[in-house]
Design a protein around this ligand. Structure first.
Ligand SMILES: *Cc1c(COP(=O)(O)O)cnc(C)c1O
Length: 376
């Protein structure tokens, strides 16, 4: 059992992240660029450290969600290409160009505005244009002719990539991915026929890589979840998962106190748990303010002394109580594992998400900044 000076902390293996990156490259092959997605602070693994590790291992492109995230990487000295996938707000446009971030434009109006800005500044900017192929979120739904006209008219900027994003990529009971792929590839082909041939097209996130949707790999793929060691299970009759990746993050918390309670004792807010008999409980220095889902109350498990033990009662803001009856050695200052493994017992973000009624992405992104980060 390890001890630590922290209340709660995550240990991030940069080697595992690099191994996951390599595993993805192996699957898509050398002709397809792999652009790791490091938005949302690299799904809480730490965008700067993760980006540095990936660039060291040969990543030429990184993707973020907004300008602020891109600027933070530039200020940390990250020099490669950075694609800003979800932001083209007026307030961030100048910073986008000044920091040589590459915008994804979501409409033909965005394109006219970028063109005008580039003209005023006398710089040539590259951009990627997002097509709404059926997800119904960001991206243009304009017809080919209109897109062609807007691209041709924007003389101060250069179309570097066409992209789209899937709504149901791991769901093999739905036809949506096939329909989106046909729409997007058809549009690319029509533009090509009309003389517009951008250097890249890209549409695949983790699910399209894992389940071998090769027609969607095009010139570049955009994995996020897989970089951090996760793939979502396929719904319906999916093909085998091609990706061999492992979680890179372990989440731990310290024991604040251990005590005996009598049979019938109530534990925590609302008296949600009543001890059926005399038992030993441990109070952990982690709660929902650290990102531990409140919905694990009376339902979730943690790993203490190499065993899976239940969470008793409500997860509170700063504390969580567990059953330590079968861990006689557990004492204040010891560490327990919320996400990760001890020996052959493990809990990952997918399991935690299932119990909490959410998705693994949300479990990872919820780990708050109050939780210290340690790099291995
Ligand atoms: C977040 C995101 C990705 C990465 O998705 P994963 O499922 O984490 O691999 C790729 N593309 C876009 C546009 C995204 O927003």
């Amino acid at each position: 059992m390890s001890t630590s000076p922290y209340r709660s902390w995550i240990e991030v293996s940069l080697r595992q992240i690099a191994d996951n990156f390599n595993a993805i490259k192996l699957v898509v092959g050398p002709a397809v660029e792999v652009m790791p997605v490091v938005k949302a602070d690299a799904y809480r693994h730490g965008a700067i450290e993760v980006s540095r590790a990936l660039v060291d291992r040969g990543a030429r492109w990184l993707a973020v969600s907004n300008v602020e995230e891109g600027v933070a990487l530039r200020q940390a000295g990250i020099a490669g290409r950075i694609l800003v996938m979800a932001d083209f707000l007026p307030a961030g446009r100048v910073a986008m160009l000044e920091h040589k971030l590459t915008p994804v434009l979501h409409s033909l109006d965005d394109l006219r505005e970028l063109d005008e800005l580039a003209r005023q500044r006398g710089t040539l900017a590259d951009y990627h244009l997002k097509i709404d192929s059926g997800m119904g979120r960001l991206g243009t739904r304009a017809a080919v002719g209109e897109i062609h006209q807007a691209i041709t008219a924007a003389r101060n900027v250069r179309l570097e990539g066409l992209m789209t994003h899937f709504a149901s990529v791991s769901d093999f009971s739905s036809r949506q991915t096939g329909e989106q792929t046909r729409y997007f590839l058809g549009l690319c082909e029509a533009l090509r026929t009309a003389g517009i041939v951008p250097p890249m097209a890209h549409m695949s996130s983790t699910g399209a890589i894992a389940y071998g949707r090769r027609e969607a790999w095009c010139d570049m793929v955009r994995p996020g979840h897989a970089i951090y060691g996760y793939t979502s299970p396929a719904r319906g009759k999916g093909p085998p998962n091609l990706l061999h990746v492992k979680p890179a993050l372990t989440w731990k918390a310290s024991v604040l106190t251990v005590k005996e309670v009598h049979g019938g004792a109530l534990i925590g807010y609302g008296g949600m748990y009543r001890a059926p008999e005399a038992m030993r409980i441990a109070v952990l220095a982690v709660g929902y303010a650290d990102g531990l889902p409140h919905r694990l109350s009376n339902k979730g498990h943690v790993i203490a002394c190499g065993q899976r033990v239940p969470i008793l009662g409500a997860v509170s803001m700063d504390m969580t109580t567990i059953d330590a009856t079968h861990c006689p050695a557990l004492k204040p200052g010891d560490a327990v594992t919320l996400l990760g493994s001890e020996g052959d017992v493990s809990i990952d973000a997918q399991e935690m998400a299932r119990v909490a009624g959410t998705i693994s992405y949300s479990v990872l992104c919820a780990i708050s900044s109050r939780v210290k980060r340690v790099y291995l």
